[in-house]
Design a protein around this ligand. Structure first.
Ligand code: AQP
Length: 326
């Protein structure tokens, strides 16, 4: 059974891309070998409001459980509860080259978008992410397409460490879904949908009211030739809607495209399908919201389980590096 590790940041409201690219796959593929972290330390690459940080961390755990993660099988934990992440993160920062980190697309995009202060953490983020993955001897990392480059870096630093200090880490591979791996912003369909993008009308939130979901889908930017065809290059807005409907109806974008002649009915059906798709998650979320102590207990148990694995891997890395034991 493959060991699976994948994480998500409590950086805002969970959007449809997070759900399609990552969360739904965590749920579908979960086994006792699945580890999923809420990576709060990653969220600190930009200054955060502390009150919101706590609230968003708890809310994200509730969304993950409402989505169907089963804590009797999957290990769900908060990254900062397992100190081994920060420690191996430093070691990985010393294993990655500066040039490698500077080449990361996400670093270039996010640093270009930020005016003024850019934290050192934004550059080091992929080193901490490598640590997140390697601590759990993960074979597979189910992520959206935007994370492909970070997983490649993880593979490179794991290989480099193993070559320098002896076989220590499992070299993982990214697993990317065929549909839903890159959901685009509905208003700017050449940009990926993102929690932190300032595009409220282009971003569908998992907890959005059905009326808002309908409105956002119906106003999604498409093109003017009104020919229904799956072509992400020349028709990115339409391709995005076809992807969304394909995931909701468990088929492929091409198959969905074959059923429509006009954009209007396609948009109406996509909105309706998405509302139904998210309805059970929203219902379970409302139930869990009223019981925060249950969620806190899940996270506490999850941290214990995660740490029992992470500590063994970190000890192996420390030994390989020759760090003196106490
Ligand atoms: N648009 C997307 N389509 C498909 N998958 C996506 N993911 C993110 N956006 C899309 C996947 O969601 C998982 C968790 O992402 P994250 O929270 O770690 O950060 P991110 O990739 O940077 O996602 P966001 O929403 O854009 O967050 P912010 O705005 O905080 O940077 C990952 O597996 C990711 O691939």
């Amino acid at each position: 059974m493959a060991r699976i590790l994948s994480c998500i940041q409590p950086t805002g409201d969970v959007q449809l891309g997070n759900y399609f690219g990552a969360i739904r796959r965590w749920v579908e593929d979960q086994t006792p070998e699945s580890f999923h972290g809420i990576v709060d330390l990653h969220a600190l690459t930009v200054p955060r409001d502390p009150v919101e940080m706590r609230a968003k961390t708890l809310e994200l755990a509730q969304i993950l459980l409402a989505s169907g993660l089963d804590p009797t099988s999957t290990t769900l934990f908060v990254q900062s509860h397992v100190h081994e992440h920060a420690e191996l993160g430093w070691i990985m920062g010393c294993t990655a080259a500066l040039g490698e980190l500077e080449r990361m697309t996400q670093f270039k995009d996010k640093s270009a978008r930020q005016s003024g202060f850019i934290s050192g953490g934004l550059l080091l983020y992929p080193a901490l992410m490598a640590a997140d993955i390697l601590l759990y001897d993960a074979d597979e990392v189910p992520v959206g397409d935007d994370q492909r480059q970070h997983i490649e870096l993880t593979r490179d630093v794991a290989g480099r460490f193993n070559a320098r200090y002896g076989d220590t880490f499992v070299v993982p591979k990214a697993t990317i879904a065929r549909a839903g791996a890159r959901i685009m912003d509905l208003q700017n369909p050449t940009n990926k949908m993102s929690k932190s993008a300032d595009s409220p009308q282009g971003t569908v939130l998992v907890l959005d009211d059905p009326k808002d979901i309908e409105r956002k889908i119906k106003r999604a930017v498409t093109d003017t030739d009104n020919e229904v065809r799956y072509d992400p290059e020349t028709k990115p807005g339409l391709a995005n809607l076809l992807q969304i409907l394909a995931v909701c109806t468990a088929t492929t974008p091409d198959a969905v495209a074959g059923r429509y002649q006009q954009y209007g009915p396609l948009k109406a059906d996509t909105a309706a399908a998405l509302v139904e798709y998210l309805r059970p998650v929203q219902r379970r979320f409302a139930e869990l919201e009223s019981d925060p102590s249950y969620v806190r207990k899940v996270l506490s148990d999850g941290a214990d389980k995660a740490q029992s694995v992470a500590a063994v891997t970190l000890a192996r890395a420390r030994k390989a590096l020759g760090l003196l034991e106490r």
